[in-house]
Design a protein around this ligand. Structure first.
Ligand code: NAG
Ligand code: NAG
Length: 994
């Protein structure tokens, strides 16, 4: 197939800046002859498994809606949790997942690529196969993604070349990563039996100066990147990811021949958590506030708008955000990357937006006609009122059905509006409701109405109630409709009032009209089931519908992809389940229904709809479960046994045995820094235009291989006599901190606000220094990560971290300039980082971290028994370690959090939390907003001993203390695959540590 005939306009942007990525169709007719000419040189597709026409993708010839979740494996460093998250994605009705890869984590040292353990991509691909999820690979090399450096490793700071440009030095720097990561992805392509179906080279590349500069940053660069990709054997279609129409036209004119599809990146209301999902910022709104604003109503209005436009490739950024553990985040953001997403950072799915998304996405698994429909441009009016706008998507073949998306004309309207639907059907245009009354949109809302929708061989002439799912079972069909309480709904189904019975519930009006049974009702929490011939129609209110699931089949079978992939509805293995907190999969093995599902105290019942007649046994999460048969033939368990109703007893962190060690021993005058890195580079490698070296030798941390965590500088000097003040400028990224000591005496500190990235301090000496005396300055910097490089060509990622400038002022200006010998450190070894299991960014440069005391089983004989609850009474850095045990049932999924209580935000201090050696929290007391730090099982050992370490950075004369506790969510009786502990090496004496 020629690219020319590819009319899927991708658009996209799933950039990290985007709240969602959408791949949109683009009709052939929209391509001008000039563009056709331009495209005619395009290559043939390199494979025939993933193809497309002007409506949608096809996989193995099956037309499908690609509904994708964005999730980053590196933001959940417990590989055995990936399947859990993917099953939750699958349970939404999604079939795909888009992921970034973070170069900075995989090539911490130039030339040494490593994707093992928690960084394993193969394990991620395996989980996708197991879950039945297609993957869209987005490995950069630049990803943005609100990660440190936008995914660029820190050593690129030393590159004399323009990043994200066709610059030989830069391209060469990308080669090792690109070759390795692309090879791994190539091996996992669908053409090799793997899950990868699409690939995005680079990221949001055409954004540069979009308002003022009509040219893309560097089209040749994209061509080079694509060359790398193709040389590594990537043959699935490539797509781009860009922002607005202007960007798209730029892509079309400059780079479209290089990708197969153009992707739009869209934030429908602009980028602000107060309207949509978004990452959190220091000092800003927490993810919880974003969840509230970017909620199910937002999904209803904005996602349904996409459906009205016929989008057939959609990715929601983020669907699971995860955690910026181990310093992997950008300087602007805290540890959480919850994003206000449908699935919480703690993997909980109790947000209403998850349930709403499920109601929406499941429709596309049973509505193949959506994919063939076209936007109606006849100008026909479908609404009785101009306050309600209705967009129609119609099919030529009446059996394929029609879709009508209704919303408030003023989409931001939160009042209610009534309307009548003027709906075209095979029986002519009908004014609905036909039996009296009005339809309504209550507040922020939008609905998908249908006409001539095929439920197997039964025609649903129209329905104002929305379709959740339908299934054709052995003996009967089931259709599940929902609407909100307070609304009136009506549908007409082939049949007559005589052969229509209400088999459950009351309050349903049935009349005959033209050979159809017209059924009207007000949705209510009490379920109604109406039977028309062999079709059972479940009438639910929306909140009840949230409790329904359409099950999947587990795993890959004999190395093959899952069987029920795609839109097929006639699948006796797929059942409808009511009740659980989550339904993961069902399998029917001879006469046994094998179900994997999760339950909690508020969702502890179970009803299975559509069980084959021969089946007689239920195995729930590996155990036989008794059940009753209902009048409808469903299997019912009123109350699943052993559902936990109380939270587990957790250790009280205040009362465990804490040990403390001073973690800033450097401030004493006779401190031995002979093993430290000498800051003796006369000229910096850093070519960034905006910071010039002003000091005799470079004090830029990345020049010396330190790119993460925290930095410590020691400046030793002999007084030339009469120094009266020290001026020092530090930079650590937004929300950074620094503090300075002279000869062990605290001079002062700075804790930035959410936007400041550098700071100049001037400290006056109490008395001028005496000529010939030896002195030492110690400067600590809390490094918040490297800048991103969103605008290609400006090399902002090279924004310096470290000491930018210093001077010692003399009372007598004729005194000679004082010479300072500087040494510095960050994480032990810098790019030769010691902890291969936890990767290049996890640890900072304070004494305890260099020694590895943040790891499990540190040498407590070198510590003192002291508690972080008592804390310190002066500025400095202290490290605390303690162990505690957990004993949580392996049948329970219990998210745990480290929580900071009663913050007194007037105190300047920070606390870096290590759990079993993994940095899982950077708490900034004076900024917030984050006080809850989820830590996943797998990092925590739920059946054994755990170690917590706290680096307490006190920046206030008054010192600092923490008030923390462990908290759990309500336990869930779970069917998830048991979590495997990640490899968490314990402390060993580190050779060469200082
Ligand atoms: C970077 O490269 C350019 C030309 O390739 C050279 O002129 C310049 O001196 C280099 N800069 C550094 C800091 O090495
Ligand atoms: C919508 O219709 C209902 C039922 O007829 C009525 O009670 C309500 O006031 C109407 N609302 C508006 C905004 O007209």
């Amino acid at each position: 197939m020629k690219l020319l005939s590819v009319t899927v306009q991708l658009l996209l942007a799933s950039a990290s800046w985007s709240q969602r990525t959408s791949l949109r169709r683009h009709t052939v007719g929209a391509v001008t002859s000039e563009e056709e000419h331009e495209y005619s040189s395009k290559r043939d597709l390199l494979q025939d498994i993933v193809t497309w026409d002007d409506k949608s993708l096809f996989i193995h010839g099956e037309r499908l809606m690609l509904y994708a979740a964005e999730m980053h494996p590196f933001r959940m460093p417990v590989p055995s949790m990936w399947l859990d998250i993917m099953q939750k994605v699958r349970a939404l009705g999604f079939n795909s997942l888009s992921f970034y890869v973070d170069w900075a984590l995989l090539e911490g040292k130039p030339g040494e690529f490593s994707a093992e353990g928690v960084f394993s991509l193969e394990a991620f691909f395996d989980a996708a196969l197991e879950a039945g999820i297609w993957l869209i690979a987005r490995p950069g090399p630049y990803i943005n993604a609100e990660v440190s450096g936008g995914g660029f490793p820190g050593w690129l700071n030393r590159l004399n070349g323009t990043l994200r440009f066709n610059d030989e030095a830069y391209i060469e720097a990308t080669n090792n990563y690109a070759n390795h990561v692309n090879k791994l992805i190539a091996d996992a392509q669908i053409t090799n039996g793997g899950p990868v179906i699409l690939y995005q080279p680079e990221n949001e590349y055409f954004y540069r100066n979009r308002r003022t500069n009509p040219d893309p940053p560097d089209p040749e660069y994209i061509a080079r990147i694509i060359q790398q990709v193709r040389e590594a054997g990537i043959i699935v279609p490539l797509h781009s990811n860009d922002g607005d129409e202007a960007d798209i036209s730029r892509v079309l004119h400059h780079g479209a021949e290089e990708v197969d599809m153009i992707g739009y990146d869209a934030y429908p209301l602009g980028f602000d958590c107060f309207q949509g999902g978004a990452f959190s910022r220091w000092g800003g709104a927490g993810p919880w506030e974003c969840v509230a604003k970017f909620n199910q109503e937002f999904e209803r209005v904005f996602y349904k708008d996409l459906y009205s436009l016929g989008f057939s490739i959609i990715s929601i950024y983020m669907t699971y955000g995860g955690t910026n553990w181990g310093n992997l985040g950008m300087p602007g953001g805290p540890t959480t990357y919850d994003y206000g997403a449908a699935i919480g950072e703690d993997r909980l799915i109790n947000r209403e937006k998850y349930s709403e998304l499920k109601l929406q996405a499941q429709l596309f698994k049973v509505a193949p006609g959506y994919l063939t429909s076209s936007l109606d441009s006849s100008g026909a009016n479908y609404s009785s009122t101009s306050s309600v706008s209705i967009v129609a998507r119609l099919n030529d073949d009446p059996e394929d059905g029609n879709f009508f998306v209704a919303r408030q004309t003023k989409y931001w309207d939160t009042t209610s509006v009534n309307y009548t639907l003027l709906i075209p059907t095979s029986m002519g245009v009908l004014a609905v409701p036909q039996l009296g009354g009005v339809l309504s949109l209550i507040g922020r809302d939008s609905k998908v109405h249908v006409s001539d929708f095929s439920v197997g061989d039964t025609n649903l002439l129209y329905s104002t109630a929305e379709i959740f799912t339908w299934k054709e079972f052995e003996t009967h069909k089931v259709l599940v409709l929902y609407g909100a309480q307070g609304e009136l709904h009506e549908f007409a189904v082939e049949g007559s009032a005589q052969n229509t019975t209400v088999v459950e519930g009351v309050g349903v009006t049935i009349e005959d009209k033209n050979g159809y049974a017209v059924i009207q009702y007000h949705p209510s929490p009490e379920r109604r089931v109406v039977k028309v011939g062999n079709l059972q129609i479940y009438l639910l209110d929306r909140n009840s519908a949230y409790n329904y699931w359409v099950t999947d089949i587990p795993g890959k079978e004999h190395g093959k992809l899952p069987r029920n992939y795609g839109t097929s509805v006639i699948n006796p293995q797929s059942l409808i389940i009511k009740g659980p907190y989550l339904s993961r999969f069902v399998e029917i093995v001879e006469k046994t229904v094998v179900l994997s599902a999760d339950f909690n105290a508020t969702s502890s019942s179970l009803e299975i709809i559509g069980v084959p007649t021969l089946a007689n046994k239920l195995v729930l999460n590996g155990r036989e479960q008794s059940f009753n048969r209902s009048d409808l033939g469903t299997w019912v368990v009123e109350h699943v046994s052993d559902v936990p109703t109380t939270k587990p007893v957790l250790p009280d962190l205040r009362h465990i045995e804490w040990y403390k060690i001073d973690s800033l021993p450097e401030i004493v005058l006779d401190y031995d820094n002979s093993l430290w890195t000498k800051a003796d580079l006369e000229t910096t490698y850093n070519t960034w235009n905006f910071t010039k070296q002003t000091t005799p030798t470079s004090l830029f941390a990345s020049d010396y291989g330190y790119h993460t965590g925290s930095l410590v500088y020691i400046g030793a000097f002999n007084s030339t006599g009469g120094e009266t003040s020290l001026t020092i400028t530090t930079s650590g990224g937004r929300a950074f901190a620094s503090a300075t000591w002279l000869d062990g005496e605290y001079l002062g500190s700075y804790s930035a606000d959410a936007t400041s990235r550098l700071h100049k301090d001037k400290f006056n000496m109490t008395t001028p220094l005496v000529q010939g005396t030896a002195h030492s300055i110690v400067v600590i910097i809390d490094h918040m990560g490297l800048e991103s490089n969103w605008v290609a060509g400006n090399d902002s990622m090279k924004e310096v971290r470290g000491i930018l400038d210093w001077s010692l002022e003399h009372a007598n200006s004729s005194s000679s300039q004082t010479h300072i010998d500087w040494t510095l450190t960050g994480n032990l070894g810098g790019e030769d980082y010691r902890d291969k299991a936890r990767g290049p960014l996890n640890e900072g440069g304070f004494f305890a971290e260099r020694q590895g005391f943040h790891l499990p089983q540190p040498p407590l004989d070198r510590f003192q028994a002291e508690s972080p609850f008592d804390g310190v009474d002066r500025p400095g850095v202290a490290f605390y370690s303690a162990k505690f045990s957990l004993d949580i049932s392996s049948q329970h999924d219990v998210p745990l959090y480290v929580v900071f209580d009663e913050p007194d935000s007037s105190l300047k201090f920070r606390a870096v939390i290590y759990i079993n050696g993994w940095q899982f929290g950077k708490y900034v007391n004076d900024l917030g907003p984050q006080t809850y730090f989820p830590v996943p099982e797998g990092i925590l050992d739920y059946k054994g001993e755990n170690w917590i370490g706290i680096v307490l950075i006190a920046l206030d004369e008054a010192g600092a203390a923490v008030n923390i506790r462990l908290e759990s969510a309500l336990p869930i009786l779970t069917g998830m695959t048991p979590v495997e502990l990640v490899e968490s090496p314990v402390w060993k004496e580190r050779p060469g540590a200082y």
